[in-house]
Design a protein around this ligand. Structure first.
Ligand SMILES: [Cu+2]
Ligand SMILES: [Zn+2]
Length: 242
């Protein structure tokens, strides 16, 4: 099938509208991108609208097909107002970011970013003030970082009642068993971890990580000791809350 013939114009119209919602006092930002392609039958426009509302990214893709004149008319209308007949593909991206706070008399701090897109949650953590070498990172069961030793977060988050272990192990593992990462000789470490076994605020309590905590440990997780891998003291903590 020779459907898409030639790309005649990629017109990128970026509008950043910062408007204050009076009632809720939240700042909304919006970006609109328009891509126009000429096909055998006429033209096709893809309009991507990205909005940032209270830390959540919402992406909407609208596809308009028809004769070139029709498409251009609708694109024009769309970039001014929303009411035209169109196919809407809704794609939602959620993002939540937290600060990791030092615990157990350390200076271990950092940032944690969770992104949920198309059923996958990606964790990205940047951690500083570590001792060089291997450290464990887990999700613990309560978003309560109030105690100086981080123990107020409880044990490992384990909604499926499995033994502690290496992520993906056939012998079982906790849904909070992220594992280990390395810190360099300047005390910095980075963690990237993605899974479809978590969600940000869905109804499945075996997947929902909202209300839980991220804990970084002084030592390495041996991936076998019960109930938590003998990873030592809890040196940094962040509650996963909205
Ligand atoms: Cu832990
Ligand atoms: Zn565990």
């Amino acid at each position: 099938m020779k459907k898409v013939i030639n790309l005649i114009a990629v017109l990128s119209l970026i509008m950043t509208i910062a408007c204050q919602n009076q009632a809720k006092k939240e700042t909304q930002e919006k970006k609109v991108e328009v891509k126009i392609e000429r096909t055998e039958e006429g033209s096709k426009a893809e309009i991507t609208t990205t909005k940032w509302v209270e830390g959540e990214t919402i992406e909407e893709i609208e596809i308009i097909e028809g004769t070139h004149e029709e498409v251009m008319k609708k694109v024009e209308a769309l970039t001014t107002e929303d009411d035209v007949n169109k196919k809407v593909v809704r794609k939602t991206k959620k993002q939540l970011q937290f600060k990791l706070n030092a615990k157990s008399d350390t200076n271990t701090e950092g940032k944690v970013l969770f992104t949920e897109e198309e059923g996958t949650v990606t964790l990205n953590a940047m951690i500083s003030g570590l001792t060089e070498g291997t450290h464990a990172i887990h999700i613990h069961e309560k978003a309560d970082c109030s105690s100086p030793d981080g123990k107020s977060t409880g044990g490992h988050w384990n909604p499926t009642f499995q033994p502690h272990g290496a992520w993906g192990s056939s012998e079982g593992y906790h849904r909070g068993d992220i594992g280990n990462f390395e810190a360099d000789n300047e005390g910095n470490g980075e963690v990237t971890f993605a899974t479809d076994q978590w969600c940000l605020g869905c109804d499945d309590e075996t997947k929902n990580i909202i209300g839980k905590a991220i804990i970084v440990h002084q030592g390495a997780d041996d991936l076998t000791s019960q109930p938590s891998g003998a990873a030592g003291s809890r040196i940094s903590c962040a509650g996963i809350i909205r």
